[in-house]
Design a protein around this ligand. Structure first.
Ligand SMILES: NC(=O)N[C@@H](O)C(=O)O
Ligand code: NI
Length: 161
């Protein structure tokens, strides 16, 4: 059985796959007469010939160990997941190896962290670990096929950390 142990999500480890959006450290700018810190422009968004769309997802909470049967990617745009609750969630990505995903990597977010997958990054579908699995999602709206799925011959098991 192929297993993966999730690691804490860090910008450095996640960099090949996407951006981590969070409020660690000092804000990039203080606005609104000093009443608000702005963590400015924290993800590389890409919508190719489409446009940005904002949606809300209510996803079924999963539990660990988690059976990963499929990863997907969006060849035409980035995809950003912003939790609307202060709960960690599971993030799964995989490197591309000549058009198919390599060994997946799993991360657990800190409460308040959001992620943005680069255009074309193999990833697991949205995987909350607590109810409600409520997320704002920014991704591409536009023509063309923007979803490619890859089903593993045998599932990976994402273990508890
Ligand atoms: N298909 C869809 O809208 N969501 C997936 O892309 C996902 O990453 O959860
Ligand atoms: Ni997706």
């Amino acid at each position: 059985m192929k297993t993966i142990r999730p690691r804490p999500l860090t910008p450095a480890e996640f960099a090949p796959f996407g951006d981590v959006i969070d409020t660690r450290g000092q804000p990039d700018m203080v606005i609104n007469q000093g009443q608000c810190g702005r963590y400015h422009d924290r993800a590389q968004l890409d919508f190719a010939d489409g446009r940005a769309g904002i949606s809300l997802f209510v996803a079924t909470p999963r539990s660990l160990p988690y059976r990963l049967e499929m990863v997907e990617r969006h060849p035409l745009g980035s995809q950003t997941f912003i939790p609307m609750t202060h709960q960690p969630f599971l993030v799964i990505v995989a490197p591309d190896e000549a058009g198919t995903p390599g060994a997946p990597r799993a991360f657990l977010t800190e409460p308040g962290q959001a992620v943005s997958y680069h255009r074309g990054t193999w990833h697991g579908v949205l995987t909350p670990l607590h109810a409600p699995g409520l997320f704002a999602v920014v991704d591409r709206i536009g023509p063309g096929e923007n979803l490619q799925e890859y089903w593993f011959d045998t599932p990976w098991i994402v273990e508890a950390p």
